[in-house]
Design a protein. Structure first.
Length: 323
C-alpha cells in the first residue's frame, strides 16, 4: 500500500516487513556530517573526533529504539457515520489507545491508504499518549465514490525523536460505511396550481383536488363542485390537499436496451447522480417519491427512512457489472 500523501521533505524510503523508513532532509544532512566526522577521525586520529563520531552513531541507534518503542502495543479505533453522500465532507473520529503499562508514545500521525476510496482533510496528529490511555481526534473526511467504503488497515507514522526519518507501521482499523451518490442542483417539476376537468379549469389556489364530498356547514361556497352537485341534486364540495403531497415516479435506466448489459460507467454515474438528486430534493420538498428501474419499483413515501432506503439502493445499483 502507498500513503495518502508522501512527506514532502523525505528523500527516499526503505521498506522491511511491516516497517517503512523515509529519510528526511535533516536526516540526510546528519548522515553527511557523520561521514565527514568519520573521515576526519580516521585521517587525523583525533580522539575528540572519535568521541563525536560515537555520539552521532548513538543518536541514530537511540532514534531507532525510541521510535520502535513508541509503536509498541498501540491500537487504532475509528467511529464513522453509517452513511455519507459522495464528495460531501463528514466527521470521522480516530483514536489511538496505548496498552503499555509504563511507556508513553509520542508524535504519531494516522494516514489512510491512497486506494481507500476516501480522503482526510487533515491527518490527525497525536503528540503525547500516556500509558494505559486513549487519545481521540476528530477530522473531516470525504468519500470519493459511491458504494461500500471498507478500510481494514491504516498507517501509523512518526518522526520521533530527532526527525531524521519517518517510520511507518501498518496497523488494523475497522471502517465500514456506505457512500451515497453525489448530489447536485437539479430543476424540480413545478408545483401544480390548477387541475383540469373537461374544458373547465378548477383553480385550487395553490392546492390540488383529490376528492369530492358532501357539502358541510362552514365550507367555502367557492369550493362547490357544481357539475357533481347538479348530477346528484345535493351540494358537493371539492377536497384539497397541498401540492407537496404529490407523488412522483423517478425512472432510472441502467441497462442497454439491446444487450441488457449495464451502461458505461461514466453514463451510469451521471444517471445515478441525477436520479439521487431528484429524489433527494423532491422528498425534502414534501413530495412522495417512488424509484423505478427495469427490474423493480419501490413504494411511494416521503419519510427520511424512505429517503435513506432509496439512497442505499442507488449506492450499489449497477456496481456489479456484467462481464
Amino acid at each position: 500500500m502507498s500513503f495518502v500523501k508522501k512527506n514532502k521533505n523525505s528523500l527516499f524510503s526503505l521498506s522491511l516487513q511491516n516497517r517503512t523508513l523515509e529519510l528526511t532532509r535533516e536526516g540526510f544532512g546528519f548522515i553527511v556530517i557523520l561521514f565527514g566526522v568519520g573521515l576526519g577521525a580516521i585521517n587525523t586520529g583525533n580522539n575528540l573526533l572519535y568521541l563525536i563520531l560515537a555520539m552521532c552513531c548513538s543518536f541514530i541507534a537511540v532514534s531507532g529504539v525510541l521510535s520502535e518503542l513508541s509503536f509498541k502495543k498501540l491500537s487504532v479505533s475509528c467511529k464513522a457515520p453509517p452513511c455519507l453522500y459522495c464528495n460531501e465532507p463528514g466527521t470521522l473520529q480516530l483514536g489511538i489507545k496505548n496498552h503499555k503499562k509504563w511507556a508513553p508514545s509520542f508524535s504519531l500521525r494516522i494516514l489512510f491508504p491512497s486506494d481507500s476510496g476516501c480522503s482526510l482533510e487533515q491527518s490527525p496528529y497525536f503528540f503525547f499518549i500516556p500509558p494505559k490511555s486513549n487519545q481521540q481526534k476528530t477530522t473531516l473526511f470525504t468519500g470519493n465514490k459511491r458504494g461500500r467504503l471498507k478500510i481494514n488497515s491504516c498507517h501509523l507514522t512518526t518522526s520521533f525523536p530527532f526527525g531524521f526519518y519517518y517510520k511507518t507501521k501498518i496497523t488494523p482499523i475497522n471502517v465500514d460505511m456506505v457512500i451515497f451518490p453525489a448530489l447536485h442542483q437539479v430543476q424540480l417539476p413545478p408545483k401544480n396550481e390548477s387541475d383540469k376537468e373537461g374544458e373547465e379549469v378548477l383553480h385550487s389556489r395553490g392546492e390540488e383536488i383529490y376528492a369530492i364530498r358532501e357539502f358541510r356547514p362552514g365550507d367555502s361556497l367557492s369550493s362547490i363542485h357544481w357539475k357533481s352537485s347538479a348530477k346528484t341534486g345535493e351540494l358537493r364540495t371539492k377536497e384539497f390537499h397541498r401540492p407537496q403531497d404529490q407523488s412522483y415516479t423517478v425512472f432510472l435506466n441502467v441497462l442497454e436496451p439491446g444487450t441488457q448489459k449495464v451502461v458505461e460507467e461514466k453514463i451510469l454515474e451521471e444517471r445515478v447522480s441525477k436520479t439521487a438528486s431528484l429524489i433527494f430534493y423532491l422528498i425534502k420538498r414534501g413530495n412522495k417519491v417512488s424509484l423505478k428501474t427495469e427490474t423493480m419499483q419501490t413504494a411511494f413515501e416521503n419519510s427520511e427512512s424512505h429517503l435513506t432506503s432509496l439512497m442505499h439502493t442507488l449506492a450499489f445499483i449497477g456496481l456489479e457489472r456484467d462481464s
